[in-house]
Design a protein around this ligand. Structure first.
Ligand SMILES: NC(=O)c1ccc[n+]([C@@H]2O[C@H](COP(=O)([O-])OP(=O)(O)OC[C@H]3O[C@@H](n4cnc5c(N)ncnc54)[C@H](OP(=O)(O)O)[C@@H]3O)[C@@H](O)[C@H]2O)c1
Length: 278
């Protein structure tokens, strides 16, 4: 299976670009600007992949409030071009989306069919991207959240682990509920979905279970033998950010588990595997 990964320098993209056992072509922004439709179509037609994997994104959630046009260009219109490129070449299209397409007002993990109601420009731009992705003949929209792992070590898990390791206090939300997800597990689940010839659809591609960031912090403190008192519990309401954030972000991944034939590892297992490599 020949994979073309765009956004190959990012957190998830760099993980895909290093996939063993597959023919992977990784393109970074320096190779192709995905907002340049003609350049993107030409690159996909030249490479003729079996699968086009979109790991690009404009991920600056607060920045998108002031720069909606860049957010829409990368997260929406470029996805439309990719779906067109997949249609022209017969490639399967894999596109990643986000828990931020929901409003965060749920009290149990979101299902794929729950009504999307983004509360930020970033969330709107990602939802529009989801809709455009469906123009490809065979497509998967995989919603991920709170990613960690990959090349950059700049995720919330990395920041909490670094502070605890150094004996510094670090703020953690006691009320924001998430499913932190390991990029290696996201990649493996994606490849399993592709290998099974699963019908096109939206899937929640996250590790299993959910918890507050305080739960995640306590788990990391336990792994590192650090003092959990270094975790400063804060509320989402205490922090003023430009973009509104959903508070309840847990995603239910049972549809994906059924499709790939195995349950995804829990977030605790994933965080343990990652933190012990740091
Ligand atoms: N990280 C999370 O916690 C999280 C949560 C929910 C959903 N997601 C989704 O998961 C996917 C992967 O996220 P990630 O964390 O791996 O993202 P990332 O680390 O920010 O990587 C995104 C990549 O896209 C590239 N890019 C941006 N604009 C581009 C353009 N116009 N042309 C070409 N490349 C461009 C960036 O290039 P440069 O390096 O040159 O800037 C970067 O390498 C995205 O769809 C994201 O929305 C992520």
């Amino acid at each position: 299976m020949k994979l073309l990964v765009v956004g190959a320098a990012g957190q998830l993209g760099s993980t895909f670009a290093a996939t063993p056992g597959h023919d992977v072509v990784g393109l970074t922004r320096a190779d192709v600007d995905v907002t340049d439709r003609d350049a993107l179509l030409a690159a996909v037609e030249r490479i003729q992949p079996d699968v086009l994997v979109n790991c690009t994104a404009y991920n600056n959630v607060d920045g998108a409030e002031d720069d909606a046009s860049t957010a829409l260009a990368v997260n929406s219109m470029a996805v439309r071009s990719m779906a067109a490129a997949a249609a022209r070449t017969g490639a399967t299209f894999v596109h990643y989306s986000t828990d931020f397409v929901f409003d965060g007002e749920a009290s149990s993990p979101y299902l794929e069919g729950d009504r999307a109601r983004p509360v930020s420009v970033y969330g709107c731009s990602k939802l529009l991207g989801e809709w455009f992705a469906r123009d490809a003949p065979r497509w998967y929209v995989l919603r991920v959240e709170s990613l960690f792992g990959g090349r950059h070590a700049r995720s919330s898990v990395d920041k909490i682990a670094a502070a605890l390791r150094d004996g510094r206090s670090t703020p953690v939300f006691r009320d924001r509920i998430v499913t932190p997800s390991y990029v290696g597990d996201v990649r493996d689940a994606t490849l399993a979905l592709l290998a099974r010839d699963t019908p096109s659809g939206v899937f929640h591609c996250v590790n299993s279970g959910h918890g507050t960031w305080a739960d995640v912090g306590r788990h990391i403190a336990g792994l590192l033998g650090a003092d959990p008192a270094l975790l400063m519990l804060t509320s989402v309401n205490d922090v003023r950010l430009k973009a509104k954030r959903p508070v309840y972000c847990a995603l239910d991944n049972h549809k994906l588990a059924e499709a790939v034939g195995w349950p995804l590892p829990t977030w605790q297992d994933a965080v343990s595997r990652y933190v012990t490599t740091l």
